[in-house]
Ligand binder design. Structure first.
Ligand code: SF4
Ligand code: SF4
Length: 188
């Protein structure tokens, strides 16, 4: 399967580096200091929100069965055959906001200046060259990963394994040893 952006939610510290990097990547200059002075100001396609103790960088999930593509009456929402990203064709968009309405992730926002739908496009200028999307590259805690679902599952398994046999390994090993001894599987 193609890569999308995954989040290790426990690593997000709400620095909003992803938001800034996304806005700069979608600016005309693609440079922070020049982008600040652009009109209209470049906007981020990722929004860091909070719920209780956690924060989460919400964005399009590039769904396989994309409700936004199905709902768009103009065929403006479509999939990039090279990157597999769901993106909006601004020339076709009429600003009816059907995509905003149906997206279960809040992945589409409304450009208040151009009155067109705006969303994550997986940074094709970067990813078609083998790079990571701008938000992933900018994240200082590696909360964001550009990976296939299989790779993400392997990362999670790896993290779990290291948590069990790493920091808490000796305690867990001691507990298992004691339990096996009490069961009589190992002679004391
Ligand atoms: S905009 Fe929403 S519905 Fe469309 S692909 Fe992204 S997450 Fe899925
Ligand atoms: S706002 Fe644009 S992209 Fe979204 S459903 Fe309407 S025409 Fe399609």
């Amino acid at each position: 399967m193609e890569k999308i952006i995954f989040t290790f939610i426990e690593r997000c510290v709400a620095c909003k580096g992803c938001e800034i990097a996304c806005a700069v990547e979608h600016s005309q200059a693609k440079n922070l200091f020049a982008a600040i002075h652009e009109t209209p100001p470049p906007r981020s396609r990722v929004k860091v929100g909070s719920a209780g103790a956690y924060t989460y960088p919400a964005r399009c999930q590039h769904c396989r069965e994309a409700a936004c593509i199905a709902a768009c009456p103009m065929g403006a929402m479509t999939r990039n055959p090279t990157t597999d990203a769901v993106f909006v064709d601004g020339d076709k968009c009429i600003g009816c906001w059907m995509c905003v309405t149906v997206c279960p992730f809040g992945g589409v926002s409304a450009d208040p200046v151009g009155h067109k739908a705006q969303k994550c496009d997986l940074c094709p200028d970067r990813t078609t060259q083998g790079g990571d999307p701008a938000c992933v590259a900018a994240c200082p805690t590696r909360a964001l990963w550009f990976a296939t679902p299989e790779q993400m599952a392997a990362l999670r398994r790896d993290e779990t394994t290291r948590a069990v046999v790493g920091d808490v390994g000796p305690q867990v090993a001691a507990s298992i040893s004691l339990w096996r001894t009490l069961k009589g599987e190992v002679s004391a």
